[in-house]
Design a protein around this ligand. Structure first.
Ligand code: HEC
Ligand code: HEC
Length: 347
């Protein structure tokens, strides 16, 4: 809890550091900008605004360079991109827990990173409330990158390339932490995934197969209250019944201290879900089949389990094997192959 308060406090400090003059010579690249009016037409308005962090192509590219640079870790071995890889929708390779500096591991599964401009909070428990302060957690976490912000800023200022790259974007004489967080936010907010088959159906460019369509109907009836269209999450915190009672990870309770939040986690998006195994905050399910079995018959009753997962007084959505398979067929239409291989998103 204390650490979360520090994140929020640091954000306030960053925020109050005021605005600066920026070089706006670089024009915006329309197809990667998440802000309205360039958002995908079927998406709601983005939550993150590039204000005062004005977007520029050079700012985006600087953010991308930082994201893939191991210089930001204590021993120069781990970058953000070590755990967040484009071919897995910026989640990690299929491991439950990623390795940080010195091979150390955390206790939560690395989530995918895209459509971050629509996120209202970050981390499985929503403990970080702003995209511009988000990198503070992995940069300083001893099991992730283990560095201090002061030392990163020192390294950046002494680097052969960064001083001129930052100056081009922010027109300041030296690099500070706010500029680093802004550049990373320009990059992350423009990782937009909106070109899956599902999106093409939405745009009327193609149609579902019979199996996918039946899966979609089942999905709407059983899953879409939480995994709400079109972003496939409603950004709420819920207990989806994977545990009975008090577990090692209390989830949202850690942040809110409200008893009804025990075991509740942020509803994750299901976009690109076929490439981000294993599943849940602790990566406990290896396959989508296991996830569907959980929802069908494995939901555990507890004081905080969502009532949406209780049917006719029994925990579980009572989906038979054929119905589970149809839902999986639908989930596979959420893979955005263009996004996974799009040039210009990785180093
Ligand atoms: C060692 C692996 C690792 C590294 C390195 C790492 N992350 Fe992460 N990232 C994670 C994990 C694990 C979580 C989930 C943590 C939690 O919920 O407690 C996460 C969560 C996030 C989220 C929140 C996503 C969401 O949907 O809420 C963002 C954004 C993010 N990381 C960006 C970054 C950035 C930027 C960097 C580099 C400064 C970085 N990460 C470095 C593993 C890593
Ligand atoms: C009551 C809200 C709710 C409903 C209804 C719901 N889910 Fe979820 N879902 C969640 C939450 C919360 C999580 C994250 C839980 C965790 O990590 O501990 C989750 C996680 C998942 C994951 C893993 C995501 C990841 O990135 O690891 C998949 C896949 C999934 N749900 C699919 C479905 C399907 C399919 C249905 C319908 C059969 C469904 N969900 C119904 C709330 C819900």
């Amino acid at each position: 809890m204390l650490r979360r308060i520090i994140y929020i406090a640091s954000f306030t400090i960053l925020w109050s550091m005021g605005s600066c003059t920026r070089n706006n010579d670089d024009t915006v690249i329309p197809d990667v900008v998440a802000d309205a009016p360039d958002r995908p037409a079927h998406f709601p308005e983005a939550y993150y605004k590039h204000n005062p962090n004005t977007y520029s192509k050079a700012g985006y590219e600087l953010g991308r360079k930082l994201f893939f640079d191991p210089l930001l870790s204590i021993d120069n071995t781990i970058s953000c991109g070590s755990c967040h890889k484009q071919q897995y929708a910026f989640a990690d390779i299929p491991v439950a827990f990623s390795s940080g500096v010195n091979g150390l591991k955390g206790r939560r599964h690395t989530p995918a990173i895209f459509n971050m401009a629509w996120n209202k909070s970050f981390m499985w428990d929503g403990g970080v409330n702003h995209l511009e302060v988000m990198p503070l957690a992995p940069l300083t976490n001893p099991v992730e990158m283990g560095e201090s912000i002061g030392h990163i800023v020192y390294k950046l200022n002494r680097h052969k390339d960064y001083p001129s790259l930052f100056k081009k974007v922010f027109s300041r004489d030296s690099i500070d932490d706010q500029q680093m967080f802004w550049a990373l936010a320009q990059y992350m907010s423009n990782l937009v995934s909106a070109t899956s088959k599902y999106d093409d159906v939405y745009r009327g460019k193609t149609s579902f197969t019979q199996e996918e369509l039946e899966g979609y109907m089942l999905f709407k009836n059983n899953c879409a209250t939480c995994h709400a269209e079109p972003l496939l999450t409603d950004y709420s915190f819920r207990n989806n019944g994977i545990d009975t009672v008090y577990t090692a990870d209390s989830g949202r309770y850690r942040i809110s201290q409200l008893s009804q939040d025990w075991g509740a986690f942020k509803v994750p998006t299901l976009r690109n879900i076929a490439v981000t195994a294993p599943y849940m905050h602790d990566g406990r399910f290896a396959t989508l089949q296991q996830v569907l079995q959980h929802y069908a018959t494995g939901v555990k009753s507890s004081a905080t389990v969502s009532p949406l997962l209780i049917k006719n007084g029994t925990p579980g959505l009572q989906l038979n094997t054929e119905e589970q398979q149809k839902i999986i067929a639908f989930l596979q239409t959420l893979t955005d192959y263009k996004f996974l291989s799009k040039e210009g998103l990785s180093e």
